[in-house]
Design a protein around this ligand. Structure first.
Ligand SMILES: Cc1ncc(COP(=O)(O)O)c(C=O)c1O
Length: 355
């Protein structure tokens, strides 16, 4: 095994994506997808883009999509870098902004792709422990660092950080890039986009996978000062100039422009999340306040793995991370009201029977 593998990857531990079952229909609450379909306008744009022009390469500069994103956020197109899902954009950021001899900081409990990128790109990194209640401690991020990565809201905890704390971290790191991953911000976090004009070391990364119901299209983007965007273009054009195909560019631009549908679905998810959180608290679950499209839950009476296995038997998938400090928690994506009612009923039964 591993014969012919480069030394670089022989000892790599890659990210493990959540399960996408094929054999059986589950209530899928394990990968933070949106339970509602994409915008009708996005689907029409995708169909319209799938024509004979597919023989041509797509626009490498993604001009129309960048224009749509810029307009949505009140920025200029040269402050926008779109990519093939925010995972790719994050990977490019790690390559574009961080150096092997300068330590990058991120929390100990956060998106598990960050340490994978750091290892893959041979970067020194340090994981700052979150507080016991999963709040972000600000001071440890304020030294002389080689970069800072913060998911806001955080995953898998769902907790968000206030803008004043992001500002403090930016002020304390004038020589390093501070990357704020806002994959879930539309569900209740506070965006750092308003700080982009003030801080030339701030990069905000977003995705259409969650709040725009387009996980299958693979579109994410970075926002920041044109100098940082140029660095990302430099990385991209050293690897693959056409990261976004014609269909993805058209669908993403239409989804971004369909503001009313986006707001409507986000509202529904938030409403369901808050209702379900209250119901679970009533059942004795610990449910830290979430600003995301998932909740992070734990119950004093039954281990998380037992609950997860019990739910699976009842046709419901949730995500468990076998990692220090959070091994007794489950991350549960917010589905439709009906799906979350089924989740609550199943959990109630498991608690009653004790297995
Ligand atoms: C914090 C965070 N950032 C980024 C991503 C990647 O999203 P995508 O690659 O679908 O844009 C995820 C996906 O779950 C995430 O949880």
């Amino acid at each position: 095994m591993k014969k012919y593998w480069s030394r670089r990857i022989r000892d790599m531990v890659p990210y493990v994506p959540g399960e996408q079952p094929k054999d059986r229909i589950f209530i899928k609450l394990n990968t933070n997808e949106n339970p509602y379909p994409p915008s009708e306008k996005a689907l029409m744009a995708i169909q319209a883009a799938a024509d004979e022009r597919l023989r041509l390469y797509p626009a490498p500069g993604c001009e129309d999509l960048r224009q749509a994103i810029a307009q949505h956020h009140g920025l200029l197109p040269d402050q926008v870098f779109p990519g093939n899902g925010s995972d790719e954009v994050l990977a490019f950021c790690f390559q574009a902004f961080f150096d092997p001899d300068r330590t990058v900081l991120f929390p100990d409990i956060t998106y598990s792709f960050y340490p994978v990128y750091a290892n893959f790109f041979d970067l020194a990194y340090h994981e700052i422990p979150l507080r016991d209640n999963f709040d972000l401690p600000v001071t440890p991020f304020c030294g002389r660092n080689g970069g800072v990565v913060i998911a806001n809201p955080n995953a898998p905890t769902g907790k968000s950080v206030g803008l004043e704390n992001i500002r403090t971290i930016l002020d304390a790191n004038p020589e390093a890039v501070v990357l704020v991953d806002e994959a879930y911000v539309d569900f209740g976090g506070i965006s750092a986009i308003s700080l982009i004009s003030e801080y030339d070391n701030l990069v905000v990364v977003r995705t259409l996978s969650k709040s725009h119901s387009l996980a299958g299209l693979r579109v994410g983007y970075a926002l920041g000062n044109p100098n940082l965007i140029a660095a990302l273009c430099c990385v991209r054009d050293s690897i693959n100039s056409y990261t976004l195909d014609r269909v993805a560019q058209a669908g993403a631009a239409a989804a971004i422009r369909d503001e009313s549908y986006f707001l409507e679905t986000v509202e529904k998810v938030i409403h369901t999340r808050d209702r379900c959180s209250e119901e679970l608290k009533r059942m004795g679950f610990i449910v830290p306040e979430s600003s995301a499209n998932f909740i992070f839950i734990s119950h004093p009476a039954l281990p998380a793995t037992k609950l997860m296995d019990g739910l699976r038997k009842k046709g419901i998938l949730v995500r468990h991370f076998d990692r220090p400090r959070i091994s007794n928690y489950l991350r549960v994506s917010i589905g439709t009201d009906q799906e979350m009612d089924a989740l609550c009923a199943a959990l109630e039964k498991l608690l009653e029977s004790g297995d």
